[in-house]
Write a protein that binds this ligand. Sequence first.
Ligand SMILES: Cc1ncc(COP(=O)(O)O)c(C=O)c1O
Length: 425
Amino acid sequence: MEYALPVLDDQLKAIITEHPTPFHLYDERGIRDRARLLQRTMSEAGVPRFQNYFAVKALPNPEILKLLVQEGMGADCSSLAELAIAEMCGLSGEQIMFSSNDTALDEFGYASSLGAIINFDDLSMVQPYINSFGAPEVGCCRFNPGDIEFGGVNVDIIGNPREAKYGMPLDDMIAAYKQLKEAGVTRFGIHTMLLSNELDWRNHEEIADALFGAATAIAREVGINFEFINLGGGIGVPYRPTEHEFDLRGFATALKKLYDAHDLEHIGSPRIVMENGRYITADSGYLVTTVANIKRTHKVYVGLDASMSDLMRPALYGAYHHMSVLGKQHDTDLEEVDVTGSLCENNDKFAIDRMLPHLEVGDVLVIHTTGAHGHTMGFQYNGKLRHAELLFDPGGGVRMIRRAETLEDYFATLTQKGNYHVPTN
Ligand SMILES: Cc1ncc(COP(=O)(O)O)c(C=O)c1O
């Protein structure tokens, strides 16, 4: 896997002059190309009426969702804020899938007012929803098969299905669909999300097999048909140079074969839906930072002007993100370093024992594959604030689509404030 920037080195230097580091840079062309590739490959393989609902949590910025809506996607939302982003982008009705868990009634209320497809995470939520908002137009439930063996599943991120808090077992699914049917629902969908960042399409195929089987069993038992089957997100991207691209064509072909083998036309010829986030935007995001300090003690620590408030994945999951240094991409004389942020947290490290070119203060270091579950996971511990998001469009240059947070933002929720004076340079 080769890691390239969407801009030339000089272009990036010019961007930095106007927008000081750190910032997340997203490549519009890359995002649109990926959206088109997914749609085209599924259609060419004959996967019935495929549509991706972009998982808004992966990159919750309306400017990004808007361009994905232009590419034909819906929105997969799991919170009030994500529903609001979908509404900002003009989405409503069945172009929004609300896949929440541990859901508060006000969240259901907002989703219901938008006409979103409600994806019930548990049997215990169905009747209270119906009591408060009436029967939904479409009844959808989230399946968790419990014990299931998948070679290669990235359990670090999503967990073993039995240990995962999401979804319900088959018996509860059947009971939930019966309740929905009794409440007058006539249109149904089914959902699962069991994989995260999985690069092996055979594991996605196994999930589809399990879900198609469950859908068939439920349809027979409850006496219903399904309009859609939602396989969740979870298509992986190569974070490491040793990893390969996901074989989308292999997966799409297997999906079509599986669809036919399960005779899904007998349960209503459901359309196939996914809710990938990472696969759409991860590769097109770059965290652009500057080396602020270099410390040589027991190890060499390269301190950046970004911290884990900008990118949590390495600290949270030990995730690998590739790095390149502007102007030193081809250096072969490397040094082993830890790349850190400035939080008072020893795990505020973007990389441990990484071989990088010899760095100096002021070098620009780009962290790759940060376009999904990157900026959005940030937090404000230590008062370290989240930085800006920029969108690069090869035709129109760069524009800011979210400004950096300020101290005023950080203090905005205090009920009592004193005066403070931060000198500006
Ligand atoms: C319900 C649901 N759908 C979709 C996604 C998107 O996953 P990914 O970005 O890995 O495709 C997630 C991720 O957490 C999720 O929880």
